[in-house]
Design a binder for this molecule. Structure first.
Ligand SMILES: Cc1cc2nc3c(=O)[nH]c(=O)nc-3n(C[C@H](O)[C@H](O)[C@H](O)COP(=O)(O)OP(=O)(O)OC[C@H]3O[C@@H](n4cnc5c(N)ncnc54)[C@H](O)[C@@H]3O)c2cc1C
Length: 427
């Protein structure tokens, strides 16, 4: 009977989750394992690699030229050690060894030369096939049960894994179930429930690298499609908790673009904690109120008959200039000489410190990553082995570490997958 066959199924290593971290772990484990070791990847999805395929707009931003612990939120000394074990050069060599050459773009992001995420996924799947890794899809795992006290168990088997097609016994398991972002890809946070049951703690989770929805009264919809460099700060409970400069993209629902995505996790965390975060935007990065006032006074006195729209168009596109002027209550056609002191100050406040009225984040379907997860202090960073359950290893986004936009989250997946895979047969 099928169920009986599944009941007796066993593996030397089971990997729960066949995303970036799980596939990396499978490959490195298969390379390090004794000959004939049986390695099974169990994944709930019908097909593997959904997130790899959508990553980087379908081109897959595999890593970044410069990866530093500061690019991540999480326990810095642990992140530093993990990244040092498998750095960017190792990632580039590894992909080259699988036939995928990477190129560095001016932003520092690395993409496959072929500009195709499918090439990245196919290389990982091909390598798994070469190494006889068994990839079992549609096998969502519901529980991992420790067998130490189970007298009926084969003494070698430490775990029994229950999944949608039956059960699997194994003596080591790597959990790489990701976080909650893009749940339709199969990553819905269910891995945390399994780990909690095994005795791990899981911090609250928050959407990160997520676009932000603005109140409908704001002017974002008029500017949809326009992007510009801005300085963005998040304040919570009166303190500035994040500050960065980069490209903001106006959209029909609010704001997106790298600087917003990176700032978003600070907004979502503070919001969920009830700290009433405020997102403040300076449209002239590096310039403060006084500098912008000096510039504006000079321009309007040099060309007093020119419309305010013309003055602002020196620094902004006309659409943005009009939106900022109207927001400050100024007719874009008003000539510079007629601008009152109060109107000028209102305009400069708008330009250098506009509060973007965030209503909510755009939701888990649009979040690229999850902030939160299993605390890094609960794993041994040299091996990714759980400090609570011998034989259990964790890799990827299931852990409490999230990187900024630019290839950092995949670097975390490759590095943690490498450590867990490479070490799990040696411990
Ligand atoms: C739209 C988008 C674009 C992105 N672009 C980039 C980018 O260009 N560069 C970058 O660095 N990062 C990017 N990221 C982030 C990156 O994709 C993730 O950080 C990375 O994929 C995490 O890898 P992971 O293997 O830990 O988890 P995941 O990729 O989420 O994989 C987890 C796997 O576990 C499976 N699973 C979950 N629960 C169970 C269960 N109970 N039983 C069995 N299987 C289960 C899932 O089906 C899934 O296959 C992007 C993310 C999104 C959503």
């Amino acid at each position: 009977m099928e169920t009986d066959r599944m009941e007796t199924d066993r593996a030397d290593l089971a990997i729960v989750g066949g995303g970036a971290a799980g596939l990396a772990a499978a490959i490195f484990a298969a390379e390090a394992a004794p000959a004939g070791a049986r390695i099974v990847v169990l994944d709930g999805a019908k097909t593997l690699g959904a997130k790899i395929l959508v990553a980087g707009g379908g081109r897959c931003n595999v890593t970044h030229q410069h990866v530093h612990p500061k690019d991540f939120n999480g326990t810095q000394n642990i992140i530093r050690n993990v990244l040092a074990a498998f750095d960017v050069a190792a990632t580039v060599r590894w992909f080259a060894s699988m036939g995928v050459d990477l190129k560095c773009e001016p932003t520092g992001k690395l993409f496959p030369v072929a500009n195709s995420a499918r090439v990245v996924l196919q290389a990982l799947l091909n390598r798994c096939a070469e190494l006889n890794v068994i990839l079992q899809t549609s096998s969502r795992v519901s529980a991992i049960i420790r067998l130490e006290n189970d007298l009926g168990a084969d003494k070698l088997d430490k775990f029994r894994i229950e999944h949608a097609c039956g059960a699997l016994r194994c003596d080591r398991v790597i959990v790489a179930t990701g976080g909650r972002s893009l749940p339709k890809s199969g990553s819905d946070g269910s891995g945390w429930a399994i780990l909690r049951h095994l005795g791990h703690t899981v911090t609250p989770s928050y959407a990160a690298l997520v676009p932000l929805v603005l109140s409908p009264q704001m002017f974002h919809a008029q500017l949809a499609g326009v992007s510009q460099d801005v300085e963005l700060s998040v304040f919570a409970s009166g303190k500035r908790i994040d500050h960065r400069t980069g490209s903001l993209l106006w959209t029909h629902f609010g704001v997106s673009g790298p600087v917003v995505m990176d700032a978003s996790r600070h907004w979502t965390v503070a919001h969920e904690l009830g700290a009433e975060p405020v997102l403040r935007c300076n449209f002239l990065p590096g310039e403060d109120f006084e500098q912008v006032e000096r510039w504006l006074i000079q321009r309007t006195s040099e060309r007093p008959k020119a419309a305010m729209r013309t003055h602002l168009a020196e620094r902004f596109t006309e659409r943005v200039a009009d939106a900022l002027l109207r927001y400050a209550g100024i007719d874009p056609l008003l000539v510079g000489s007629q601008l009152s002191r109060d109107a000028r100050r209102a305009l400069i406040h708008t330009i250098t410190g506009l509060v973007l009225p965030v209503a909510e984040h755009r939701g888990w379907n649009f979040a690229e990553v999850t902030a939160g997860g299993v605390p890094l202090s609960e794993i041994d960073y040299r091996t990714m082995q759980s400090r609570k359950i011998p034989g259990l290893y964790l890799a990827g986004e299931v852990l409490d570490c999230d990187g900024r936009i630019g290839g950092f989250n995949f670097q975390w997946a490759w590095a943690t997958g490498y450590l867990a895979g490479q070490r799990c047969f040696k411990e």
